[in-house]
Design a protein around this ligand. Structure first.
Ligand code: NAD
Length: 277
């Protein structure tokens, strides 16, 4: 039914390249938004313990009638739950709130270098993977230096690193590092949080050329570069619009124009110093 292509992760698991994100959406509203997204044809949902909407996400999944095997559910371990035992307990709690017996992808949300617990935490994720309670494991917001350190002790190469990524923050060195290590790059805030990026005249001009909206142009850019994307919206028309991105292709001129938008500036926190509990 859906035209969304899959990316094959480094352990052979297939992940839809376009999914639905629910950051900053309160639980009840998340249930509604996820229901709309599943109805529109999304099959992948990105939540996190700290978003406080795993329960609403789980309710929408259960009510959707979509077979579990057709869905790809991601959640993330919050910073204060780092450490081997805590991580195992936090994962149980997340599964309980989601009402699932496995997730498709479990991520360490931030490296939080001040804690220095990523190695122990990741060992817990490896156990969860070995027990079949996550189909794939990975990290989020890990800089190449954090990944380098993790790869020194891990037995499983993270399948995914979910990082802030959009045309104004293109993260070329991180993407190159991921490519070399077989780690899939997943873009958070793929639309630049719907702030200035979607008003940039060059983006609008490309959209005009293809009969597409600025958001569709930006999503197409990600897909073309091989990123997994998880745009967020609670507006039904935008939820559908963000999935309707398979009817046009960007050309070399478009890619050059979008490539020139990089400002190297984050919208979100810097993983080198973000240690919030
Ligand atoms: P986003 O880039 O997806 O932008 C979302 C905002 O853009 C919406 O709130 C809306 O204002 C606007 N928008 C959406 N669709 C639009 C459209 N078609 N036209 C015009 N405006 C539109 O930002 P995000 O929510 O920050 O990121 C997406 C997802 O990434 C999150 O929901 C979450 O799942 C994930 N995320 C992860 C982390 C992390 O640390 N791992 C951090 C932030 C976000």
């Amino acid at each position: 039914m859906s035209q969304v292509p899959s990316i094959t992760l480094n352990n052979g698991v297939a992940m839809p390249q376009l999914g639905f994100g629910v950051w900053q959406v309160p639980d009840d509203e998340a249930a509604k938004a996820v229901a709309t997204a599943l109805d529109a044809g999304y099959r992948s949902v990105d939540t996190a313990a700290v978003y406080g909407n795993e329960a609403g996400t789980g309710r929408a999944v259960a009510a959707s009638g979509v077979p579990r095997g057709d869905l790809f559910i991601t959640t993330k371990l919050w910073n204060s739950d780092q450490g081997y035992d805590r991580a195992l307990r936090a994962f149980d709690a997340s599964l309980g709130r989601l009402g699932l017996d496995y997730v498709d992808l479990y991520l360490i949300h931030w490296p939080t270098p001040a804690r220095d617990l990523a190695t122990d935490t990741y060992r817990a994720l490896e156990k969860i993977l070995a027990d079949g309670r996550a189909k794939a494991i990975g990290v989020s917001n890990f800089l190449p230096e954090h990944l380098d350190r993790l790869l020194g002790t891990a037995s499983v190469v993270p399948a995914v690193n979910q990082i802030e990524l959009h045309p104004q923050f293109q993260q070329s060195p991180a993407r190159e590092f991921h490519r070399r290590h077989g780690i899939t790059t997943e873009a958070w805030s793929p639309l630049g949080q719907g702030r200035g990026l979607l008003e940039v005249p060059a983006v609008a001009a490309i959209g005009h050329k293809h009969g597409a909206t600025p958001a569709q142009v930006v999503l197409r850019w990600h897909l073309r570069l091989g990123h997994v994307v998880i745009p967020k919206s609670v507006t039904p028309s935008r939820i559908r619009e963000n999935l309707d991105v398979f009817g046009f292709e960007l050309d070399a001129d478009d890619l050059a124009a979008l490539g020139a938008l990089d400002e190297g500036r984050r919208l979100g926190p810097d993983p080198a110093s973000f240690n919030e509990a």
